[in-house]
Design a protein around this ligand. Structure first.
Ligand code: NAP
Length: 348
């Protein structure tokens, strides 16, 4: 008879409008049988780390279109990326004690089946911190790689601007760009983050956007000859200011627009005519597009980490109960580096 254990969970209460609140995410304790039902093609995991990502806020919106495999169900645990250890498996690709990363639940133990099981990767290298598979070697890392290396066609000597630059994606984009021989400037929302961009991540320059009354003028100061690549993470007023400062034939990979996620009515962008005047290429993308590139991204990025050419900063919180506050904190810029929550350190 398989053991039944208690299972702490964070439950998604209901669809959210405006900023997420603690009451939207309910801490509860259920039970779980530590055995995968026979023939189910599922895995049972113990969650070790969960990744706190802005996308979770977007998934809390009521979707008007057809539900996707990621659509949230009120009353169920919040789904997000994480690093987990397999306790039992009925799936041919995974066996007991495998370490994996991919979509899991905000809970101590998860039974993962279709469709989320398709997002699980077996962790090949354990000579880096396992938590890196929520960040630099996981979804945010793949996003940085896809959006910068695959989508932006960067060239040595080009000028690159990264917003939300000290975060999970931004810090890596800036370092990839430096390794390509680009001139790189980042913006962030505190002076502590600005210092980190310059001293730890090697950006050529950085500024605190909250202290700039005129973003267009600020960008002109840092890029007197214009921006070749803008890695877009925030949207809104920042995008407006960037458009005016782009170079002819500039590129804007649109990774995210975090300034818009909590607004009930998104802001408009008023100077889109620059797209035409300057022949700017602007293109949204999603990490999912780059799953086929994961192996080459992993080899390249891990090599850079091992050689000390790329560093990564995490903001680590302890315990499942800290996850809701951590998610809310992303929208106030409270995280310094990739926000991750530790549930268990048993595999460190
Ligand atoms: P993150 O940067 O680690 O955390 C979010 C940061 O955004 C905060 O720390 C804060 O930093 C900044 N921020 C919050 N509200 C803001 C506002 N109103 N205006 C300007 N900045 C604000 O998050 P991340 O995981 O790296 O994600 C960065 C962006 O990439 C997000 O837009 C996210 O949705 C997107 N993303 C897209 C994909 C994809 O597949 N397309 C995948 C992953 C992430 P400051 O202190 O600097 O303000």
């Amino acid at each position: 008879m398989a053991e039944v254990v208690s299972n702490k969970q964070i439950i998604f209460r209901d669809f959210v409008t405006g900023a997420p609140k603690l009451s939207d995410m309910i801490l509860t304790t259920g039970t779980i049988r530590l055995k995968v039902p026979e023939g189910s093609n599922a895995v049972l995991v113990k969650n070790l780390y969960i990744s706190i990502d802005p996308m979770i806020r977007n998934l809390m919106n009521k979707m008007d279109d057809t539900p996707t495999e990621l659509t949230y169900v009120p009353g169920s645990p919040i789904i997000g990326f994480g690093v987990s250890k397999v306790l039992d498996s009925e799936h041919p690709d995974f066996k007991k004690d495998d370490l994996i990363w991919g979509l899991t639940g905000w809970e101590e133990f998860s039974l993962i089946s279709e469709p989320h099981i398709r997002t699980l990767y077996k962790i090949k290298y354990t000579d880096v911190p396992l938590s890196y598979y929520t960040g630099i070697l996981g979804m945010p890392g793949l996003t940085a790689y896809g959006g910068f290396h695959e989508l932006s066609s960067p060239k040595k000597g080009e000028s690159v601007y990264v917003s939300a630059a000290s975060g999970a994606v931004g810090q890596l984009v800036g370092q990839y760009a430096k390794l390509m021989g680009c001139y790189v400037v980042g913006s962030a929302g505190s002076n502590e983050k600005v210092d980190l961009l310059k001293s730890k991540f090697g950006f050529d320059d950085a500024f605190n956007y909250k202290e700039e009354p005129d973003l267009t003028a600020a960008l002109k100061r840092y890029f007197p000859e214009g921006i070749d690549i803008y890695f877009e993470n925030v949207g809104g007023k920042m995008l407006e200011a960037v458009l005016e400062n782009m170079k002819y034939h500039g590129r804007i990979p649109v990774c995210g627009m975090i300034s818009q996620y909590n607004l009930e009515k998104p802001e408009g962008v008023h100077n889109l005519m620059y797209l035409v005047k300057k022949c700017i290429r602007i293109l949204g993308f999603n990490y999912i597009d780059y799953y086929p590139k994961y192996p080459q991204f992993l080899e390249m990025t891990r090599k850079y980490i091992k050689e000390g050419k790329i560093v990564y900063m995490e903001d680590v919180l302890e315990g499942l109960e800290s996850a809701p506050e951590a998610l809310i904190g992303l929208f106030a810029g409270r995280n310094v580096g990739k926000q991750v929550v530790v549930l268990s350190r048993e595999c460190e």
